[in-house]
Design a binder for this molecule. Structure first.
Ligand code: PGA
Length: 252
């Protein structure tokens, strides 16, 4: 089963306008020069940069996504952004349930699910993030925690076209401590097995599962080559054109 890898950059709360535009233009230029690289590429800047970044990557094949959205279409929700607006300004995807949002904003599985429903209704690809903490891993709860988050966060109607799963072990995010290929493959395979229960075997085999957590040019090749790893959700290394591009080049 061949799944087209997705190389997604999560810029988090980094960069000012000029930095974001330069980064987006740099990635777009690389992609334009190599349009047949066998992966999809997505960048997810902070909200105020979305319009400028959409303009910067226009015509390159690189797509743009948000880092969160609200579960409702519109209304009195100060500080939130609707999936319809993300779509309207040129986004095609949105990251949902990142562990930093689950921690910083207390997002629950149920809220992540509601956001994914709203994202789908707006025509966005939902990138649903799950992952265990170090304490949960040390307690031997890794598979159980990921299965439970998946079950709680995955919306009705999720399929391989409208949804991507990102497995991001919390202990590997921004720490430089990457999961070993064995650890990543074990969890990715367990996620796919649970997906088969939730959405059926055929769709589970088609759905992309990204690895995230200190993915860098030096470790990306062996992670992306794993049978159940279908690309990456990349934070720190997505902030440099050459690093992000070098990771994508593993999808030759
Ligand atoms: P990192 O972040 O690559 O900096 O570890 C990944 C993420 O949180 O999406």
């Amino acid at each position: 089963m061949s799944r087209r890898p997705l190389i997604a950059g999560n810029w988090k709360m980094n960069g000012l306008l000029a930095d974001g535009v330069a980064l987006a233009e740099g990635i777009a230029a690389k992609r334009k020069a190599q349009p047949d690289l066998a992966c999809d590429m997505l960048i997810c800047p902070p909200f105020p940069l979305l319009g400028a970044v959409v303009g910067a990557v226009a015509g390159s094949g690189v797509t743009v996504g948000g880092q969160d959205c609200h579960g409702k279409t519109a209304g009195a929700h100060t500080g939130d952004t609707s999936p319809a607006l993300l779509k309207d300004v040129g986004c095609s995807a949105v990251i949902l349930g990142h562990s930093e949002r689950r921690t910083d904003h207390g997002e629950t599985d149920a809220q992540v699910k509601a956001k994914a429903v709203a994202a789908h209704a707006a025509g966005l690809l939902a990138i649903v993030c799950i992952g265990e903490t170090l304490a949960q891993r040390d307690a031997g709860q890794t598979i159980e925690v990921n299965k439970s988050q998946l079950k709680g966060s995955l919306p009705e109607g999720a399929n391989a076209v409208n949804t991507v799963i990102a497995y991001e072990p919390v202990w590997a995010i921004g720490t430089g401590r990457v999961a070993t290929p064995e650890q990543a493959q074990e969890v990715h395979a367990a996620i796919r097995a649970e997906l088969a229960v939730l959405i059926g075997e055929a769709e589970a085999m088609k759905m992309r599962i990204l690895y995230g957590g200190s993915m860098k040019p030096e470790n990306a090749a062996q992670l992306i080559a794993l049978p159940d790893v279908d690309g990456g959700l990349i934070g720190g290394a997505a902030l440099k054109v050459d690093d992000f591009w070098a990771i994508a080049c593993n999808c030759a």
